[in-house]
Write a protein that binds this ligand. Structure first.
Ligand code: HEM
Length: 429
């Protein structure tokens, strides 16, 4: 990826050494210690535990804007406020959590600056006072300089009552876009899906151990545990209907999550003033940047690649989305790829019950993707066609309207990914 070379220029994080990518599940290792290295929490999975909410002076000036984003946008003051900001060095941003909060805040400010009031008045240049610290910080964190899922979902939450449960009612997001509670619904439900599936990540070391020891009973149990976590994740997914309004999602939130790659509105990309001489293209924020589905794809041998090479544009897009994940999570997926193949092992044993249990696990991924397809139809495809009818411009929604925030042609892409998942089910006999 082009921007990964930028990270190297900025002295960004290194990939983990090869040793780390091997055998971390071996019984000798304390697997949770290793999971810490991959920034995976025992209870929250890939979500950032207890994200910070405040930045010290002088970075509090960024927070002040991000906290008032919908208001400043509505009053038409946002861009002027952003242009007034001092160009800050990032040296005072100490520690991972502070840096993640700053990346989240600068991401919100950047999206708001570019898309303005969500109409045709967009900006193609990000001023240097934001662009320089944002790109430096992005280099340091190994993330691109655009709002990513790791910002707006994984690091954008708090509990209302700190001693209460991780439930929608007891949670809130730290920063909002216009569109009322639609953003809160989309970000928090995505986070809760992540957390529900996190209990399945815990099982991975047990599962690999079972394969190494050829313990079929333990493997059977591990697969059942993973299936049950994926079923729970699907149940949580249902909450999207309660908390996300399709019209607000399509007409408002989707605009602020849009990127500048494959987007005709910014066909050249965005110019990060003072950083690069030419505009750069980055995909918008999307749950396709979540590591959780890709994690179970890799684990179960659901291969969107052929011989390690992405097989077609859907697989290419999923691979590309990995470069929008925190490097520790990207490395985790990579390390799983070097682990033992669950699928090959199950096949080699010829045990009907084990095959059935493996298939239930893959089927749980199919069900998640089926459900997701229904959601995308409700939240993107139907509103897009209604809009097209209103405009009476054409019978069919334009390609642009049918695109997801990540810039894909949504339904074709999602059906391809689901198809690969279905084909991973083992045939009987
Ligand atoms: C209103 C709710 C949602 C909408 C409208 C939506 C829309 C989309 C779209 C358009 C894509 C295609 C990629 C792109 O262009 O961005 C996508 C991909 C994806 N989304 Fe969602 N999404 C929603 C909720 C979620 C949630 C809650 C999750 C789970 C945390 C999720 C997980 C994924 C994944 C993993 C992909 C990659 C494709 C795959 O692996 O199957 N989405 N989504």
């Amino acid at each position: 990826m082009l921007w990964l070379s930028f990270l190297k220029e900025q002295g960004g994080p290194e990939e983990l050494p090869a040793k780390m990518a091997l055998d971390w599940w071996s019984p000798m290792d304390n697997s949770w210690k290793i999971f810490e290295e991959y920034h995976i929490d025992e209870n929250l999975g890939f979500a950032l535990p207890n994200p910070l909410e405040e930045l010290p002076h002088p970075y509090d000036a960024w927070i002040a804007i991000a906290k008032n984003l919908p208001e400043l946008i509505k009053n038409g003051q946002l861009r002027a406020e952003v242009e007034k900001l001092a160009t800050l060095s990032i040296d005072g941003l100490q520690g991972h959590k502070m840096q993640r909060l700053a990346h989240l805040v600068l991401g919100y400010i950047t999206m708001a600056y570019v898309w303005g009031q969500g109409d045709e008045d967009i900006r193609k240049v990000l001023p240097r006072n934001i662009a320089i610290p944002y790109c430096k910080l992005s280099g340091k964190l190994g993330l691109p300089p655009i709002l990513v899922y790791a910002d707006c979902v994984l690091a954008n939450w708090k509990k209302k009552d700190p001693s209460g449960p991780m439930t929608y009612k007891n949670m809130d997001i730290l920063f909002s876009f216009p569109g009322g509670d639609c953003g809160k619904g989309f970000f928090l439900v995505s986070l809760l899906v992540e957390i529900a599936a996190a209990s399945a990540i815990k099982v991975i070391p047990t599962l690999f151990n079972a394969i190494q020891c050829e313990d079929l009973d333990a493997l059977q149990k591990a697969l059942l545990d993973i299936t049950s976590s994926l079923h729970k994740a699907l149940e949580v997914f249902h909450q999207i209907h309660e908390y996300v309004d399709p019209k607000l999602f399509f007409n408002v939130l989707r605009i602020y999550l849009s990127g500048w790659k494959g987007n005709p509105l910014l066909s050249e990309g965005l110019l990060y003033e003072g950083v690069w001489d030419t505009p750069k293209k980055f995909a918008g924020g999307s749950a396709a940047q979540s590591s959780i589905f890709q994690c179970f794809d890799v684990l179960l041998g659901i291969q969107h690649t052929v011989g390690g090479v992405p097989s077609g544009s859907a697989a290419g897009f999923l691979q590309e989305m990995r470069t929008y994940m925190p490097p520790a999570h990207r490395n985790f997926l990579h390390s799983l790829e070097s682990g033992p193949s669950v699928r090959e092992f199950v096949l080699s044993k010829g045990d009907a019950l084990l095959q059935e249990t493996y298939n239930e696990c893959v089927q749980a991924m199919v069900s998640l993707r089926n459900y997701h397809l229904q959601i995308v139809t409700k939240y993107i495809v139907i509103p897009a066609s209604q809009q097209a009818k209103k405009k009476q411009a054409s019978e069919e929604p334009s390609e642009e309207e049918n695109r997801g925030t990540g810039g894909t042609n949504v339904i074709d892409f999602l059906k391809t990914v689901r198809g690969t998942t279905v084909r991973s089910l083992l045939k009987e006999g």
